[in-house]
Write a protein that binds this ligand. Structure first.
Ligand SMILES: Nc1ncnc2c1ncn2[C@@H]1O[C@H](COP(=O)(O)OP(=O)(O)OP(=O)(O)O)[C@@H](O)[C@H]1O
Ligand SMILES: [Mg+2]
Length: 263
């Protein structure tokens, strides 16, 4: 569905944020993109959604395609019309507007009938929002704001939902609830999901496939089960010691689970 091939991404024509990234999100899968701060995770999502240009960023080589069509050079609203929605890092709600108006912003590309059906399904997914539609979004709790951000993205009717660190700054119980809702979206509506997370344990418990990005390169990829069983991932990302052996990512490189692309 989404294919990125050998993408190199620069900011300001000079700063190399992504060196050489290839990544696949197949229909109906949940894919986790893991990596430490500054690895290039958000940059990859911005390359997909057309948001790079507004930050003077550019995919200088390689390709980004959705269902065979190139997304390079497309504007954010065009990408949304293709069926891709982003829940951005930090949620980015219109904090002075009501919850309902925030949701309306997500549904602007749909007809009124589609919007009200969409609103009903967002409320079914997040019942906590049912009696808060007329509240000012900025006054909701962090978890509720994240639900609004996800709801807003869903209201554009996406086939691919991308989330940039949905757990950031939220209490563990709320995070569990948000991830349970993502699981429902996948299981009940067949939504395809690409989720960026620093919380590897959570992400690998939800995902079918995972990629580990470091310094703008994919260091490791495989099914979530393979990654969760990988001793290097267990030590570096899951905080498990496996008998005290210390690992670093260089150990992981030769263990690459699957090479999917010709060099
Ligand atoms: N608008 C920008 N202009 C210049 N450099 C940028 C810009 N945005 C990001 N960068 C740089 O690109 C690199 C990758 O940043 P990116 O935001 O993609 O990382 P990330 O993996 O999402 O990190 P985090 O987990 O902290 O959100 C970093 O070195 C960052 O400083
Ligand atoms: Mg980021």
């Amino acid at each position: 569905m989404l294919q990125i091939r050998n993408a190199r991404i620069l900011y300001g024509r000079a700063i190399e944020a992504v060196r050489d990234v290839s990544l696949d999100v197949a229909r109906g899968r949940v894919v986790a993109l893991l990596g430490t701060n500054g690895a290039g995770k958000s940059t990859i999502l911005k390359a997909v959604t057309g948001l790079l240009a507004s930050e003077d960023g550019e995919v200088v080589s390689g390709s980004v395609t959705f269902e065979g069509q190139s997304l390079l050079g497309q504007r954010p609203d065009a990408v949304m019309r293709h069926g891709i929605a982003l829940v951005p890092e930090g949620r980015r709600l219109f904090t002075k507007l009501t919850v309902r108006d925030n949701l309306v912003m997500g549904g602007f590309i749909r007809s009124r009938g589609d919007f009200s059906a969409g609103l009903d399904s967002v409320i079914a997914l997040f019942p906590a929002l049912a009696n808060k539609l007329d509240r000012t979004a900025g006054f909701l709790s962090g978890g509720e704001q994240q639900m609004v951000a996800i709801g807003r993205a869903l209201l554009s009717g996406p086939r691919l939902l991308m989330l940039d660190e949905p757990s950031l700054g939220l209490a563990p119980l709320i995070v569990e609830e948000i991830f349970a809702s993502l699981r429902r979206l996948r299981d009940e509506r067949g939504l395809t999901i690409l989720v960026i997370e620093q919380n590897a344990r959570l992400a690998l418990s939800l995902a079918d496939d995972g990629y580990i990005l470091e310094n703008g390169r994919i260091m490791l990829d495989g099914t979530a089960a393979e990654l969760a069983a990988n001793p290097v991932i267990r030590s570096l990302y899951l905080g498990m010691t496996d008998g005290g052996t210390r690992h670093n990512l260089r150990d992981a490189a030769p263990m690459r689970q699957r090479v999917r692309w010709p060099a």
